[in-house]
Design a protein. Structure first.
Length: 453
C-alpha cells in the first residue's frame, strides 16, 4: 500500500482526491493549516491529518506528495520531498493519472462545471457503476476500481486539465477567469481549451457561448452542439416555463422532440447544463428518454441556488456565484422564477487576483438586485493586493446603481444584525460567493425569528 501525503487536504478538491485515493488502496496522510468540518470528515474515514505548516513524519517511505494551489513550490514540505526523491504532483496531475484508466467524461468551462458534472453522474448512476469527482459536497461518496465511467469536474485554473484524455469533453463556456496562470492573456486560455478538445474523442459544446464556439471552429470532427438560441444546433431547447419549484422546457434532438421536461433548478443556464448532460449520456449508451426521466429526480449541488429556509415570508437562497457572469445568471434566474419578490443580494467577493482582473465588471450584474449588501473580499490563500478592497467594490457598485440602496459591511458577522428592520415579508435574500458567506444563513434566520420581521 503506497503512502501518499496531500498538502492542503482540507480544500474541496483535495479532500475528494483524498477519498478517491483511499478507495483505490493508498495509505493517505494530509496536512492543512487549520481544522475544518471537511478535515473532521476525512479523519472519520481513517485518513490521518496534521494541522500546521510542516508535516513532521515525511520520510522516504512516502511514494508521492500531492499539493494544492494553496501551497507554493518553495514550501518546506515540498523542498523536503524533493530532497528525499519523492515524486511530487499537483492535484490535477494525480487525478488525471488515475482517471485516465477509465472512459472519462471531463466537464470543462468557466461556469457550470459542478452542476453539470453532478447531473452527468446522476444520469449515469441509474445505468452504470460510475466514479464522480467534484470539488465540493456531493451525493457520490465512494469511488470504485471497477467503475464503467469516470465523470470529472476539471480545473483550468492551473492548466492541469490538459493532463486528461477524455472520451467525452463538455465545454460549457469560456470566460475571462484565472488569467493570472495564463500570463493575463485570454488567447492562452482559449488555446488550452483547444488543446484539451483536440485530445478528446467527443466534444459537446454550447453554441450559445461565443468563446466556446470560437474554439470549436478549430476542431474537425465529433462535435455536438447544444443551444437555447440557435435552432440549427444538434440539441435545441425551447418553450421554457419558469416556476417557483423549477423549470419546464421542450427539446429537439436531431429528428426527435421531447415535451414538458421538468428540472428542479432555476435559470436558463441550468437547462443548458441539462442538455449537455443528456448528450453525454446518450453518447454513452443511455437513451434521451431515460436521461430525461433521471434529471426529473436531480437536485442541485450544495450552494448552487440552494433554498436554505423560508420564514415570515422571507426566502433565503445560498449560491456559490462570485464572477459577474455567474452572478448575472443567478440574479436573472431568480428574477424570472420569483418576479414578485424584492431581491436582497449579500455579496462576498472572492480572491484578490480575480477582483483585480475583473475590476468594474464585478459591479455590472447588480442592477438585477433591489437592495445590495457588500462585505469584504474572501482572500482564500491569497495575499491582499494594494488598491483592491471591499470598499473599492462598493464604489464600483454604487456608481452603476446610484438610485439603489447599496451598503458595505466589512465584517460579514455584522450583517445579520444590520438586517433588523430592513427586511419585509416577500423578500428574497441571496447569499453570493464561494467563500464563507453561507455561514451567516443560520444567524440571519435567528434574527428574523427573534425580531419577527
Amino acid at each position: 500500500m503506497d503512502k501518499v501525503l496531500l498538502l492542503g487536504i482540507g480544500g474541496s478538491g483535495m479532500s475528494r482526491l483524498a477519498l478517491l485515493m483511499k478507495d483505490f488502496g493508498y495509505e493517505v496522510y494530509g496536512l492543512d493549516l487549520k481544522e475544518n468540518d471537511v478535515i473532521k470528515d476525512l479523519k472519520s474515514n481513517n485518513i490521518k491529518v496534521d494541522i500546521g505548516k510542516r508535516f513532521d513524519y515525511l520520510d522516504g517511505t512516502f511514494k508521492l506528495v500531492v499539493y494544492s494551489s494553496a501551497f507554493v513550490e518553495n514550501d518546506v514540505n515540498l523542498i523536503k520531498a524533493k530532497n528525499l526523491g519523492i515524486k511530487i504532483e499537483r492535484r490535477g496531475e494525480t487525478l488525471a493519472r488515475i482517471s485516465n484508466g477509465f472512459s472519462s467524461v471531463v466537464v470543462s468551462g468557466t461556469h457550470g462545471k459542478t452542476t453539470t458534472t453532478t447531473m452527468v453522474g446522476h444520469i449515469f448512476n441509474k445505468s452504470f457503476r460510475v466514479n464522480v469527482y467534484i470539488g465540493g459536497e456531493t451525493e457520490f461518496k465512494n469511488f470504485y476500481k471497477d467503475a464503467r465511467f469516470f465523470v470529472i469536474e476539471s480545473d483550468e485554473s492551473d492548466g492541469t486539465f490538459l493532463y486528461f484524455n477524455p472520451f467525452i469533453l463538455i465545454i460549457t463556456n469560456i470566460d475571462k477567469d484565472h488569467l493570472n496562470y495564463y500570463n493575463w492573456d485570454f488567447e492562452n486560455l482559449e488555446k488550452a481549451f483547444l488543446n484539451l478538445a483536440q485530445k478528446s474523442l467527443y466534444k459537446i459544446v454550447s453554441m450559445d457561448d461565443e468563446n466556446a464556439c470560437s474554439v470549436a471552429k478549430n476542431i474537425k470532427n465529433n462535435i455536438i452542439y447544444y443551444s437555447l438560441e440557435d435552432v440549427k444546433a444538434d440539441m435545441f431547447g425551447y418553450n421554457l416555463r419558469f416556476l417557483e419549484n423549477g423549470i419546464r422546457f421542450d427539446l429537439k434532438y436531431r429528428d426527435n422532440t421531447y415535451k414538458d421536461i421538468f428540472l428542479r433548478a432555476f435559470g436558463e443556464h441550468n437547462v443548458l447544463n441539462a442538455m449537455a448532460s443528456l448528450i453525454a449520456s446518450n453518447i454513452s449508451g443511455i437513451s434521451i428518454k431515460d436521461g430525461i426521466n433521471s434529471i426529473a429526480t436531480f437536485n442541485l449541488p450544495k450552494r448552487r441556488m440552494e433554498k436554505k429556509w423560508e420564514k415570515e415570508g422571507i426566502l433565503l437562497i445560498d449560491d456559490h456565484a462570485d464572477h459577474p457572469t455567474e452572478v448575472w445568471a443567478t440574479l436573472s434566474a431568480l428574477k424570472k422564477h420569483f418576479p414578485e419578490r424584492r431581491i436582497v443580494s449579500i455579496y462576498q467577493p472572492h480572491r484578490y487576483t480575480r477582483v483585480s482582473a475583473l475590476k468594474e465588471r464585478i459591479a455590472e450584474p447588480f442592477y438585477l438586485s433591489d437592495f445590495i449588501i457588500l462585505t469584504d473580499i474572501f482572500g482564500a490563500f491569497e495575499e491582499p493586493i494594494e488598491g483592491i478592497s471591499g470598499e473599492k467594490i462598493y464604489d464600483w457598485v454604487k456608481i452603476l446603481n446610484p438610485k439603489k440602496e447599496v451598503v458595505f459591511i466589512k465584517d460579514k458577522r455584522d450583517i445579520p444584525g444590520y438586517l433588523i428592520g430592513k427586511l419585509k415579508s416577500g423578500d428574497l435574500l441571496v447569499l453570493l460567493g464561494p467563500g464563507d458567506i453561507g455561514t451567516i444563513s443560520g444567524e440571519i434566520l435567528d434574527v428574523i425569528e427573534k425580531s419577527k420581521i
